[in-house]
Design a protein around this ligand. Structure first.
Ligand SMILES: *Cc1c(COP(=O)(O)O)cnc(C)c1O
Length: 371
């Protein structure tokens, strides 16, 4: 699904030197590269504070800890997402309130959010799924009206622009109260291990987030709040600092592949290609088809026989997972998510897809569909 090796080859000399420098200086924890990457990312995102941490799941957890949410508080998020989003809500004793998504863009349905707001609701967690932004303008209006926090899950959309109705743009993750991202190797800005970051424009919150990520201490051995241990390794920061310079170019390569797929599949009635949202550009973390009247399992097997991977993100809606069962919902309650889980298929999407590979992949898909 990704070609991390091909991507590495192109920046090998620079990355190897940066990693070697960290090792030579044995500055493994909080070495200079961590601060440098943090500053570079703040500049790239045009956000006041970036707080690096150990992974994207930690980022979400620390964000929620920093907002002083109390057990029983309700947090609304999308049913169609990676499990981490809902997991941290449950871990903190908060109540995840899952809602359905939009059939075209896969993002959280704003009307469904509104319908689920109660006096206990404290936060909304929109997920910028597959590389484009949820409808942040409408979500922020709802949040202001009901005095709710907004935690953006940007794990799949780092670098994407949200486009406001007046045409102005902001980077995904810098619009809500807090943004949370992941540098897992296969993410759009991936390191060579685990990594994550939290963004905010709020000075006080930034201080608190830093403190929580560092055992709840602001001064050594003084612990004012309950914290965790969540750091970005210096080696990972050194890699990320180099890769950040290429992030826009990586997004362009992903869009090249997406445009190619779009063109080949246009007019094939059994395949619905991803719909580009009006209020976002797309950084194509995934290129996800909706299949109609095609045996998805057989198509996957057929592609696998030609060494073409294809993945189902996500096969089971969160509300039908054992760990997230609740009297709140039953099968059939989220028709869009349930249909998507039964019909989506993601094709290889990364920065190293050239015309030859794309022709090979699309030819195989068409061969199966036309059989
Ligand atoms: C990857 C991902 C996460 C978690 O990131 P990790 O770094 O793997 O902990 C959270 N939310 C979404 C939507 C993701 O895709």
């Amino acid at each position: 699904m990704v070609d991390l090796k091909g991507q590495y080859q192109k920046i090998k000399a620079e990355v190897d030197a940066a990693m070697q420098e960290v090792i030579d200086n044995t500055a493994f924890i909080n070495g200079p590269a961590v601060k440098e990457f943090q500053a570079d990312l703040e500049k790239y995102l045009a956000v006041k504070h970036v707080i690096p941490c150990a992974n994207g799941t930690d980022a979400l957890q620390i964000a929620m800890m920093a907002l002083d949410l109390k057990p029983g508080d309700e947090v609304i998020t999308a049913d169609f997402t990676y499990v981490a989003t809902a997991e941290v809500i449950g871990l903190l004793g908060l109540t995840p309130v899952l809602v359905d998504v939009n059939p075209d863009t896969f993002d959280i349905n704003v009307e469904a959010i509104e319908k689920n707001i109660t006096p206990k609701t404290k936060a909304i967690v929109p997920v910028h799924l597959f590389g484009q932004c949820a409808d942040m303008e409408a979500i922020m209006q709802l949040a202001q009206k009901h005095k709710l926090y907004v935690i953006e899950d940007v794990a799949q959309a780092i670098g994407a622009d949200y486009i406001f109705k007046d045409g102005s743009r902001k980077k995904a993750g810098t619009i809500g109260t807090i943004g949370c991202t992941s540098f897992f190797p296969s993410k759009n800005l991936g390191c060579y291990g685990d990594g994550g970051a939290i963004y905010t424009n709020d000075e006080e919150l930034a201080k608190k987030i830093k403190m929580i990520a560092h055992h709840g201490q602001s001064v050594q051995y003084i612990h004012d709040v309950l914290g965790v241990n969540s750091r970005l390794d210096t080696i990972q920061a050194a890699v990320l600092k180099i890769k950040l310079k290429h992030l826009d170019e990586y997004a362009a390569a992903r869009n090249f592949a997406a445009d190619y797929y779009d063109k080949v599949f246009a007019g094939i009635s059994k395949i619905k290609t991803p719909v580009r949202s009006k209020n976002s550009n797309h950084v194509f973390h995934q290129y996800t088809l909706q299949l109609e009247g095609i045996d998805r399992t057989k198509l996957r097997e057929f592609l696998a026989s030609k060494d073409i991977p294809a993945m189902i993100y996500y096969p089971i809606p969160l509300h039908l997972q054992k760990a997230y069962k609740s009297e709140r919902y039953e099968e059939g309650d989220f028709p869009v998510t349930e249909k998507l889980c039964a019909s989506v298929l993601s094709l290889p999407m990364h920065t190293e897809l050239d015309e030859e590979i794309l022709a090979y992949i699309t030819k195989a898909v068409l061969e199966f569909v036309r059989k």
